[in-house]
Design a binder for this molecule. Structure first.
Ligand code: GUN
Length: 283
């Protein structure tokens, strides 16, 4: 079979249009949604991500401020900066771009961000709420994937979802969000033996591994939905995912491309969470 393409760009554009309407309503009610982004050091990839996040905010009328700190900033200075933002009424979301320099504890940083402004959905309070099925800020990449599945009308309840990758940012919350939707969830990772024996059983396969084109058709059941979270460079330096798209698209029922799949939805859900936080201020 030839897979249906899940067009992340299109779904993101539609979602952002709806968010823009909500932003306009908030502004009319006297609340301009505000996001503060903290960038520590000069990691080029992080800078690109942050620039894209800011541009996307501005495009729908979210106020976005960038706080750049040198890589030698002390942990205390960074924590103080976060506290200051926690106390600002015009800032509804705080995002500290990861990774951080080694001398700074990411755990401390995440736990210092007010859980009410944690638009990344990384704070233990928000993770706990997600685990207990409560509404809260969900981590943007898995949340975006969930939205894509729903948009495409792909049923989740009773389906077997196999997640390859167990990061705190993608793999673990992805499994939890799908479990909340009544999927049967299997987590696989770098220590899993005979990975293909699990992935071939997946109705929904999420690849968040970080290895270019690792998932070939032998890993995929006929008709499965294949979601590719990878952002790698192939042997020619071209952007590619964890899934061998050309090979798998004959086998899958639905598939996300790279680029233009999961990526645009990740930033969209950051905008969604920021608008949600601003709405919490008037509700
Ligand atoms: N670094 C890579 N992905 C992310 C993300 O989603 N949020 C933050 N804060 N840092 C990241």
């Amino acid at each position: 079979m030839t897979a249906n393409l899940i067009d992340g760009k299109k779904i993101a554009a539609e979602t952002r249009k709806n968010l823009q309407i909500e932003v306009n309503q908030l502004v009319e009610a006297g609340v301009k949604p505000g996001l503060a982004v903290i960038l520590v050091g000069d990691n080029q990839a992080s800078r690109t991500y942050v620039t894209n996040k800011q541009k996307s905010c501005k495009a729908i009328g979210i106020e976005s401020i960038l706080i750049e700190l040198p890589d030698y900033v002390t942990e205390n200075e960074l924590l103080n900066q976060i506290e200051e933002l926690n106390n600002r009424d015009d800032i509804h979301g705080i995002l500290v771009q990861l990774p951080l320099p080694k001398h700074i504890s990411e755990t401390k940083v995440i736990e210092t961000i007010s859980s009410e402004k944690d638009v990344d959905g990384f704070h233990p309070v928000n993770i706990g709420k997600m685990m207990t099925g409560q509404d809260t800020f969900f981590p943007c990449t898995p949340f975006g994937i969930l939205e894509m599945l729903k948009y495409e009308g792909i049923s989740i309840s009773g389906k077997h979802a196999v997640i390859v990758g167990r990061s705190n940012i993608v793999g673990k919350p992805m499994g939890q969000l799908l479990l909340n939707e009544n999927a049967t969830v299997t987590y696989c990772h770098s220590k899993t033996k005979d990975l293909a024996s699990y992935t071939r059983e997946a109705d929904i396969l999420v690849a968040a591994i970080g290895k270019a084109k690792m998932i070939t058709s032998e890993y995929v059941k006929e008709g499965a939905t294949v979601i590719d979270v990878g952002m790698n460079r192939d042997e020619n330096g071209k952007l590619c995912g964890d899934v061998d798209f050309a090979d798998v698209s004959d086998q899958a029922g639905f598939i996300t491309p790279v680029p233009g799949g999961v990526g645009p939805m990740t930033i969209t859900m950051l905008l969604y969470n920021t608008v949600k936080s601003a709405k919490n201020k008037i509700n």
